[in-house]
Write a protein that binds this ligand. Structure first.
Ligand SMILES: Cc1cc2nc3c(=O)[nH]c(=O)nc-3n(C[C@H](O)[C@H](O)[C@H](O)COP(=O)(O)OP(=O)(O)OC[C@H]3O[C@@H](n4cnc5c(N)ncnc54)[C@H](O)[C@@H]3O)c2cc1C
Length: 307
C-alpha cells in the first residue's frame, strides 16, 4: 500500500508531488495532465519568482520539478482520471477510467475545476469557431470585431477589459439586473466608449455558418428576443469543481467543492485532505493552490508518521 494518493497535476497536485517525494512518502500522483487550468494562458505574470511565463512553460516547469525529485518514491499516472474513491481497510482506494486501482493510507484531492459550459443552442457546435472560454488565449483573434461576453461576475468583467483593448466593440450580457462583479471593476470597464452591458437577458442560441455570426438573447421578463451580430462569444459563467468521485466520500458544499479546514486542508474524513480550486477556498490562484497543497503535505506527513 502507498502512503499517499495525489489526485490532480495542476499547481496543487504538482506541489504536493514534489513535497511528497522529498519527504520520502511512497506516493502515486494520478492526473489527466500536468499543468492545470492556466496551461492555456498566454502569460502568467504572478507566479511568484517568475516575472512572466506562458501557461505551457509553467506546465513544463511543474513537470520538470516532479521528474527531478520523484526518484523511486513517486509514481506518476498521467492521462487517467480518477472515477471512484472509496474507503478500504487501512486506507483508501482510487479507481481510474481504465479500471486500474491504487491504494494508500492517505489521499490528497487536488483535482481543480473546469469551466461551466454555455448551454445555449449551437454553443457546442461553434466551440473553437467563435465560442471560447479563454480571452487571454483567443482574444487577439477577434481584433477589430464585435464580440459578446456572457457573465456578469468578476471573470466576465476582466474578460471584457482584456477584449476591449483590441475588439471593435464588447457587449457584456448578464441574466440579473445587478452585476456580481465588484462595482469598481464594473464602473471602470463600462466607462470605455466601445463597451456596453445588457442586463436581464439570457443567451438562447449561437448562430452562424462555418463561424459564429450572432448570439440570440432573450429578455427574462418580456421574453423579447434580439440577435447580437457578433463573431466571438466569450463565456465566463463560472466553474464546476472536478469532485464527482468524492461525492458521498467527503463532505462537499452546495456547489460540489470539498469542504476543508483552512489551517491544514483536512476534509471531513480522517486520512483525506484537499487543496486548490476543488476546495471551498475563497480565492483561486496558482500560488494559493500550490501553497495549500504544501500545507496539506506538511499535515499528511505528520499524520502518517505519528499515527
Ligand atoms: C485561462 C486561465 C488563466 C488563468 N491565469 C491565472 C494567472 O495568471 N494567475 C493565477 O494565479 N491563476 C490563474 N488562473 C487560475 C489558476 O489556473 C487556478 O487557480 C489553478 O490552476 C488551480 O490549481 P489546481 O491545481 O487547484 O487545479 P487545476 O489547475 O484545475 O488542476 C487540476 C488537475 O487535476 C486533474 N484532474 C481533474 N479531474 C481529475 C480526475 N478525476 N482524476 C485525475 N485528475 C484529474 C487535471 O488534469 C489537472 O491536472 C487561470 C485560470 C484560467 C482558466
Amino acid at each position: 500500500m502507498n502512503d499517499l494518493i495525489i489526485i490532480g497535476g495542476g499547481p496543487a497536485g504538482s506541489a504536493a508531488g514534489v513535497y511528497a517525494a522529498r519527504k520520502y512518502l511512497k506516493s502515486v500522483l494520478i492526473a489527466e495532465e500536468i499543468g492545470g487550468q492556466s496551461t492555456v494562458s498566454d502569460g502568467v505574470e504572478n507566479w511568484i519568482g517568475t516575472v512572466k511565463i506562458s501557461g505551457a512553460d509553467l506546465a513544463k516547469s511543474l513537470k520538470d520539478h516532479l521528474e527531478a525529485y520523484k526518484a523511486d518514491k513517486l509514481e506518476t499516472v498521467i492521462g487517467e482520471r480518477v472515477e471512484k474513491l472509496e474507503k478500504i481497510d487501512g486506507g483508501f482506494q482510487a479507481t481510474t477510467s481504465s479500471g486500474k486501482t491504487y491504494q494508500a493510507k492517505a489521499v490528497l484531492i487536488a483535482s481543480g475545476a473546469s469551466r461551466k459550459k454555455l448551454l445555449a443552442k449551437g454553443a457546442d457546435t461553434f466551440e473553437h469557431k467563435g465560442v471560447t472560454y479563454c480571452a487571454s488565449c483567443d482574444g487577439p483573434i477577434f481584433a477589430g470585431q464585435d464580440v459578446v461576453v456572457v457573465g456578469g461576475g468578476n471573470a466576465g468583467f476582466e474578460t471584457a477589459a482584456q477584449l476591449i483593448a483590441y475588439a471593435k466593440s464588447v457587449t457584456l450580457i448578464h441574466k440579473r439586473a445587478h452585476f456580481k462583479a465588484e462595482p469598481i471593476t464594473v464602473n471602470k470597464v463600462l466607462a470605455h466608449p466601445n463597451m456596453k452591458a445588457i442586463t436581464g437577458v439570457v443567451p438562447l442560441e449561437v448562430t452562424g455558418d462555418k463561424f459564429v455570426t450572432g448570439l440570440i438573447i432573450e429578455n427574462v421578463e418580456t421574453k423579447e428576443q434580439t440577435t447580437l451580430p457578433v463573431s466571438g462569444v466569450f463565456v465566463e459563467i463560472g466553474v464546476v469543481p472536478n469532485t464527482h468521485f468524492a461525492k458521498g466520500v467527503v463532505e462537499l458544499d452546495e456547489v460540489g467543492r470539498v469542504i476543508t479546514d483552512p489551517k491544514n486542508q483536512h476534509t471531513s474524513v480522517e486520512g483525506i485532505w484537499a487543496a486548490g480550486d476543488c476546495t471551498d477556498e475563497l480565492y483561486h490562484q496558482n500560488n494559493i493552490a500550490a501553497g495549500d497543497a504544501v500545507k496539506a503535505l506538511e499535515d499528511i506527513y505528520v499524520h502518517l508518521k505519528t499515527k
